[in-house]
Design a protein around this ligand. Structure first.
Ligand SMILES: *[C@@H]1O[C@H](CO)[C@@H](O)[C@H](O)[C@H]1NC(C)=O
Length: 189
């Protein structure tokens, strides 16, 4: 069992999905994205491709393209589930307390999206930006993330070592999302 005090830290791990970065500021850990896989139950409504690029020694960036061909509505839900494995073996992953409990996408927009996605990915993408309150609808568009490296604060200083798998899903009317695996290690300076 993980100590209770770690829960808020782990709760923010889903960010790592979106924010391929490392070695910034006072962070005492670094991470290496190992893989990112996308899925969609209907590519005529939503198609996503993503990849991890190594952009330098121990530095990674995420690029992605999301073709949004539907308008999310009051039935559209967002959820992220995270797992940790100390060995990286597939059957070793255990679910960890999370992150993004299933919620309507507008709620997600006004919380995690506003606080984390905009500050970190706003500058390297054409994702929707807003300041005060999100006004639906989310526009249909092709959203592109170009070599995104997180450069914003807001990350925990300490994260337990290991392999982390995060599954981010949006559901209704199409179920789509991505599964990212990252390896986290302690940084020796
Ligand atoms: C990710 O979540 C989706 C939707 O719940 C599920 O269908 C899929 O099997 C999950 N993938 C992994 C690798 O956990």
């Amino acid at each position: 069992m993980l100590p209770r005090s770690l829960l808020p830290i782990i709760g923010r791990l889903w960010l790592i999905v979106l924010l391929a970065t490392h070695c910034i500021g006072k962070r005492k850990w670094e991470y290496e994205p190992l893989s990112i896989e996308t899925y969609s139950t209907d590519e005529s409504l939503l198609k996503m491709t993503a990849r991890v690029d190594r952009i330098g020694r121990g530095e990674y960036a995420i690029s992605a393209e999301i073709e949004f061909k539907y308008e999310p509505d009051e039935n559209t839900m967002v959820e992220a589930v995270a797992y940790r494995s100390s060995s990286g073996e597939e059957n070793d992953y255990k679910i960890i307390p999370l992150s993004i409990p299933k919620q309507n996408y507008v709620e997600f927009m006004n919380n995690n999206y506003k606080d984390v996605v905009i500050p970190n990915l706003g500058g390297c993408s054409n994702l929707v930006k807003f300041e005060d309150k999100f006004e639906p609808p989310w526009p249909k568009n092709t959203y592109k993330l170009e070599k995104c490296v997180a450069d914003s604060d807001g990350f925990p200083d300490m994260v337990p070592e290991g392999y982390y798998k995060v599954n981010f899903t949006m559901s209704n009317p199409v179920d789509w999302g991505f599964v990212l695996i990252v390896k986290i290690s302690t940084k020796f300076m």
